[in-house]
Design a protein around this ligand. Structure first.
Ligand SMILES: CC(C)(COP(=O)(O)OP(=O)(O)OC[C@H]1O[C@@H](n2cnc3c(N)ncnc32)[C@H](O)[C@@H]1OP(=O)(O)O)[C@@H](O)C(=O)NCCC(=O)NCCS
Length: 165
């Protein structure tokens, strides 16, 4: 897999990828899913202050992850900068081949290059695989938003995780 920074020309490919990666509850509520699939939402993620990395095999987009500068230091007020990682996804046909790990590591490297003090992300609770991946990369659970969203008549928690660089 080749990882490169995507621009707005990749919006429709990223949208197509987003449509197929949703496993139970991972994209949140139906409303969040709808927003996440809107082309204007996706185009915004492909522009500053976001940087979206795409993983391609033979020119086909099979994975992605977005790094975003946080508006303020969520940790303390020592002036350090923090980034958020979101939209980590790998096409189901290519799962369990370390591509998710590679994309996350590329995001951490990029954040370090940008001088980040740390990185935050959110993981929906019905997603133990993603959570295990983040824990294995050194992320710790920071706080849990209980009953963060509803989907299919069930409510789910969402966990915020952080990693100091
Ligand atoms: C979460 C996700 C990005 C992981 O991507 P991936 O490329 O399959 O993950 P990796 O191959 O890098 O594997 C990461 C870990 O998960 C395990 N894993 C991945 N797929 C697995 C599967 N189908 N069965 C069992 N274990 C699996 C791997 O063994 C690995 O663990 P290890 O490092 O201890 O060996 C991918 O499943 C995905 O896109 N999910 C849907 C979208 C999503 O939920 N994104 C996260 C939002 S917070």
């Amino acid at each position: 897999m080749i990882i490169r920074q995507l621009d707005t020309q990749s919006a429709s490919h990223l949208r197509a990828l987003r449509e197929v990666v949703d496993v139970t509850g991972t994209m949140g509520s139906p409303k969040e899913r709808e927003t996440a699939l809107r082309l204007e939402t996706i185009e915004a993620l492909l522009e500053q202050p976001h940087e979206t990395l795409g993983g391609e095999i033979d020119g086909v987009l099979v994975g992605a992850a977005t790094l975003s500068l946080m508006p303020e230091d969520p940790w303390d007020d020592d002036g350090g900068i923090w980034f958020g990682v979101s939209g980590v996804m790998v096409h189901p046909d290519f799962s369990n081949r370390s591509y998710g790990r590679q994309l996350m590591m590329a995001c951490l490297t990029l954040a370090a290059d940008r001088g980040a003090r740390g990185v935050l992300l959110e993981v929906n609770v019905p997603n133990p695989l993603a959570r295990r991946l983040y824990e294995s990369l050194g992320f710790d659970a920071w706080y849990t938003s209980e009953n963060a969203y509803e989907r299919g008549g069930q409510v789910f928690d969402r966990v915020c995780m952080k990693k100091l660089l």
